[in-house]
Design a protein around this ligand. Structure first.
Ligand SMILES: [Zn+2]
Length: 315
């Protein structure tokens, strides 16, 4: 993901040319978060972002000069303005990180315009969004935009960089959003790969069994609460594979190649409308999880909606 813009952004943390407002665009929220953390460590660490010292640890665990918000409402942004009005205690700057800038209520986004136009001296605002389309143009135009895009031919790059076979590279490219550094991390994360296998198995059961107990699936999601966004991404990816195979009959487009047989089978049993609707249900749930919600209720609601689509639109 080393583009000119992303390098300029990281370098700005340790140099003089730091701007007041940035907007990170990345399809993978977790990749964006790690990238922002790398920036913050460079900003706060006396050794240029070593990742191990007290300052770096504070960045990850909670830093007095860094305020992190997710799709904030207007009241939270008011608190953020009070936060940046004070001098930094330890870091060279006060930083406000706003994830999910594409899911901010319009009123809240508008309340931020003046601050982004002229951030108080010594402060930095870092916004992140999945795509620039969801961000109010008036917000985007006030920020330096930093797009984080995987290179073309991501699977091939990953296969080469990590010395893995094509099938593994395709799976890792999908899980990592195509970012080789992220793919490397995932390759060595046995827990994550086990969670992937489990959530795909649960998806298969949901699609196959007639009286699938929602509670087992909901229990699994609840026990893996802190990984919910990734789990939802995997569910989307699995369903997208079914849809793509249905339309193309070409296994070359399937990301989860290790489940090809089940994907082909499901492609024969469902309508494309059913699978599209299921993907939308998951996307909608992902948005809900950006704000504080009752986890169990939200997860169960999603699973019931998925079952409903399944029962409505089987071939
Ligand atoms: Zn450090």
């Amino acid at each position: 993901m080393s583009s000119i813009a992303s390098n300029l952004f990281l370098d700005a943390a340790s140099g003089e040319k730091l701007l007041g407002a940035y907007l990170i665009i990345c399809s993978r929220p977790l990749v964006a978060r790690r990238f922002i953390d790398a920036f913050l460590m460079r900003l706060c660490c006396k050794k240029g972002g070593c990742g191990a010292c007290v300052d770096c640890r504070k960045v990850l665990e909670g830093h007095v000069d860094i305020l992190r918000l997710t799709a904030p409402k207007i009241a939270e942004l008011r608190d953020a303005l009070a936060f940046v009005a004070e001098q930094p205690y330890e870091a060279p700057r006060k930083v406000v990180v706003i994830e999910g800038a594409d899911n901010m209520p319009v009123q809240a986004a508008n309340s931020l315009l003046k601050t982004l136009e002229e951030p108080p001296p010594g402060t930095v605002f870092i916004l992140s969004a999945r795509s620039v389309c969801g961000v109010l143009p008036t917000i985007a135009s006030r920020c330096a935009i930093v797009p984080l895009m995987p290179g073309p031919n991501a699977p091939r790059t990953i296969a080469k960089a990590l010395s893995v076979d094509d099938a593994t590279a395709r799976i890792l490219a999908d899980l990592s959003g195509g970012f080789p550094d992220e793919a490397r991390r995932i390759k060595d994360d046995a827990d994550l790969l086990a969670r992937r296998a489990e959530v795909i198995t649960l998806c298969q059961k949901l699609l196959r069994q007639n009286n699938m107990a929602i509670s087992v699936f909901a229990d699994f999601l609840e026990n893996n609460k802190e990984h919910i966004i990734l789990l939802l991404c995997i569910m989307q990816s699995y369903l997208r594979d079914i849809l793509v195979f249905m339309k193309t009959r070409d296994a070359g487009f399937v990301a989860n190649v290790d489940y090809l047989d089940d994907i082909c089978d499901a492609a024969n049993r469902f309508t494309s409308g059913a699978i599209s609707n299921m993907i939308n249900v998951i996307l909608d749930t992902e948005r809900r999880f950006l704000s504080p919600v009752n986890f169990r209720l939200t997860a169960e609601r999603m699973l019931f909606c998925l079952l409903e689509e399944k029962n409505r639109c089987q071939k």
